[in-house]
Design a protein around this ligand. Structure first.
Ligand code: ARG
Length: 251
C-alpha cells in the first residue's frame, strides 16, 4: 500500500513537471510586442493582418524578428502612452510602434538600431494659408497626446489641443474645428490620401529628422542584440524598403 502511494506520488510529480515545463516552453517561445495600432502605415487593424488582426510595416517587421529568433511574435495593442510603462513592468518583451528615439525615452528604455527616418509635417485644408510652421502662430493645431508631434508644437510655443488618436485630429481639421494637424510624415500621407481636401505642408527647418526604433527594457541586452541583428539584416537585404514601399503605396 505504501509502495503504491509512493509511486503514485512520483507519477503525479512527473506529470506536474511535464505540464509545467511545457507551459514554460510555450511562454518563452512567444515574443510579445506592444504597439498602438492607430498609426498607419506602421500599425493598423485589418481584416487579414500579418499577425492576427494587426497589419502594417511594424507588424511585418515584428513577425520577421520572431522568425529570426525562432519565436512566435505576438501583438499586444494598447494606448501609446502605456507602452513604455508596460515594457518596464515586464508585460512586454519589446515595443514596436513607429516610436521615435528621444533622449527622454532613452532614460527609461533602450532602443535598437533605427529602421526608419521620419519627420513631423503639417496637414492643412487645401485652401489654407499656412505655408510653414511659423504660420501656426495664432492658429489652433491638433496633435496626438504623447506623440513627438505634441512635443514639437509645444516647444515651438503655438496653441494646440491634444487628442487620443490621429484620426480624431484629422476629423477636427475636416470639420473646421482646428487649422492644422502636426503628425509623422508617412501617417500624414495616409490621412491625406484617405480624406478629400487636405494637403501636407513640410517645414524641415522647424521639424528635425526623427528615427524610429524598437524599445527593449533596460538590462535585456541579449534580446536587444538579437533584435539589432535582425533589423540590420532587414535593412541590408532590402526587406524594410520593400515593406515600406508596399504599405505606403497601398490604398
Ligand atoms: N513617432 C511618434 C512618436 O514616437 C508617433 C508614434 C505613434 N505610434 C503609434 N503606434 N501610435 O511619438
Amino acid at each position: 500500500m505504501k509502495k503504491v502511494s509512493k509511486s503514485l506520488l512520483i507519477m503525479a510529480l512527473c506529470a506536474f513537471m511535464i505540464v509545467s515545463f511545457t507551459g514554460c516552453g510555450k511562454k518563452s517561445e512567444s515574443l510579445k510586442f506592444g504597439t498602438n495600432a492607430e498609426f498607419p502605415p506602421f500599425e493598423f487593424i485589418a481584416a487579414n493582418g500579418v499577425i492576427g488582426e494587426y497589419d502594417g510595416i511594424d507588424i511585418a517587421i515584428a513577425k520577421k524578428i520572431g522568425e529570426d529568433l525562432g519565436r512566435t511574435a505576438e501583438i499586444e495593442n494598447m494606448e501609446f502612452d502605456s507602452l513604455l510603462i508596460a515594457l518596464q513592468n515586464g508585460q512586454l518583451d519589446a515595443v514596436i510602434a513607429g516610436m521615435t528615439v528621444t533622449d527622454e525615452r532613452k532614460e527609461s528604455v533602450n532602443f535598437s538600431v533605427s529602421y526608419y527616418n521620419a519627420t513631423q509635417v503639417i496637414i492643412v485644408k487645401e485652401d489654407s494659408d499656412i505655408k510653414s510652421a511659423a504660420d501656426l502662430d495664432g492658429k489652433l493645431t491638433a496633435v496626438v497626446q504623447g506623440y513627438t508631434g505634441e512635443t514639437c508644437v509645444n516647444d515651438l510655443g503655438y496653441n494646440y489641443e491634444s487628442f487620443k488618436k490621429g484620426t480624431e485630429c484629422v476629423m477636427e481639421l475636416v470639420n473646421g474645428k482646428c487649422d492644422a494637424v502636426v503628425i509623422d510624415s508617412a501617417t500624414a500621407q495616409k490621412y491625406v490620401s484617405d480624406n478629400k481636401g487636405l494637403k501636407i505642408v513640410e517645414d524641415s527647418s522647424a521639424f528635425e529628422g526623427e528615427e524610429y526604433a524598437i524599445a527593449v527594457a533596460k538590462g535585456n541586452d541579449e534580446l536587444l542584440e538579437q533584435i539589432n541583428k535582425s533589423i540590420e539584416k532587414m535593412l541590408s537585404d532590402g526587406t524594410i524598403a520593400t515593406l515600406s514601399d508596399k504599405y505606403c503605396s497601398a490604398e
